[in-house]
Design a protein around this ligand. Structure first.
Ligand SMILES: Nc1ncnc2c1ncn2[C@@H]1O[C@H](COP(=O)(O)OP(=O)(O)OP(=O)(O)O)[C@@H](O)[C@H]1O
Ligand SMILES: [Mg+2]
Length: 310
């Protein structure tokens, strides 16, 4: 059963004095299965936040409709089972993390007897136990984001909708949030989150959708979307003697790069990779890394734009 299902969902705004029409979201038909982690990818202004607002019933669609957790979008019944993290959240800074969560729990009508316990356990889940009694103004960006996630998890929602949960975070903060999202699988929650950063979705998403200019141009498992897009494979090797490097040169792109005892070569595909590795390994060289280089998200966005865009 899908947790999110939309049909022809569209949003047009009228802007300026003459009421010029701007199609912010165009004919979005999408299904997100229960228990799935779905990454909603798109460049700035693609319409990601607009989609999220539509799913939450915060704005009305111009055309089309949708269901969230088996209720029409915007229905109160569905809304109470969705946890939501807005883009760039900011909370009342003079409350402590614990006070803020307790306040949200009250708004959500979590029974008084369960409130303290739920807040305490969520603080632990997002790694904020030690900072629980610190004012939010003393939190780092990553901590604020994790507090936002704890807020979204209050009331044990079935579906989490997160708008750019990793934005503005450093690599450690991003990893923490990624791990937290991944852990939702164990709780059988569905997660729908938006981002414009490819590595954020690569490891954790079951499927992704790519939105460009308000149009969903691709959906599928990330490996499928990126599958054919490997540009080259980079091999780094230590202590390779000169004759061996000359031997592999027949299979590589360009020439090898050398620095002290290391050499880096690039090959086009798996066939060449196999040949080069076998030469290196037979010669007893130490292969330090083999890294496939994919087309960047930017190129995928651009390609999608020209294929499916206006
Ligand atoms: N209320 C509004 N009135 C007019 N235009 C709007 C309104 N809200 C959004 N837009 C326009 O819709 C487009 C998509 O905005 P949206 O915030 O959904 O994009 P986004 O994909 O979330 O971008 P970002 O990555 O920057 O958060 C933008 O061009 C924006 O200017
Ligand atoms: Mg946005």
């Amino acid at each position: 059963m899908p947790a999110i299902k939309t049909k022809g969902l569209s949003k047009t705004y009228r802007v300026g004095f003459w009421g010029r029409r701007v199609d912010v979201l165009r004919d979005l038909t999408l299904e997100v299965e229960s228990g799935e982690i779905f990454g909603y990818l798109g460049p700035n202004g693609a319409g990601k936040s607009t989609t999220i607002k539509l799913l939450l019933g915060l704005v009305r669609p111009t055309l089309g409709n949708g269901e969230v957790l088996d209720s029409p979008i915007g229905a109160a019944r569905a809304r109470s089972r969705i946890g939501f993290l807005p883009e760039n959240p900011s909370f009342y800074e003079y409350l402590t993390g614990r006070e803020f969560l307790a306040f949200c729990a009250r708004l959500l009508s979590v029974p008084r007897s369960q409130r303290l316990e739920q807040v305490q356990s969520l603080l632990g889940d997002v790694g904020l136990s030690r900072a629980a009694d610190l004012q939010i103004r003393k939190y780092s960006k990553g901590m604020v984001q994790r507090l936002g996630l704890a807020q979204a998890l209050l009331g044990d929602p079935k579906l989490l909708i997160l708008d750019e949960p990793m934005s503005g975070l450093d690599p450690i903060g991003r990893k923490e949030v990624r791990d937290l999202i991944l852990r939702q699988k164990a709780a059988e929650r569905t997660v729908f989150f938006s981002t414009h950063i490819l590595p954020d979705v690569e490891v954790i998403c079951d499927r992704v959708g790519i939105l460009v200019d308000g149009k969903l141009v691709k959906t599928g498992p990330i490996a499928e979307l990126l599958g054919e897009e490997i540009e080259c494979i980079e091999i780094t090797v230590a202590d390779a003697p000169e004759p061996i490097l000359r031997q592999v040169e027949a299979f590589i792109l360009g020439s090898s790069l050398r620095q002290q005892s290391r050499a880096m070569v690039r090959v086009k595909g798996e066939a060449e990779l196999e040949k080069v590795l076998s030469i290196l390994v037979h010669a007893g060289c130490r292969v330090l890394s083999v890294i496939p280089h994919r087309r960047g998200l930017e190129e995928i966005f651009l390609a999608a734009h020209s294929e499916g865009g206006r």
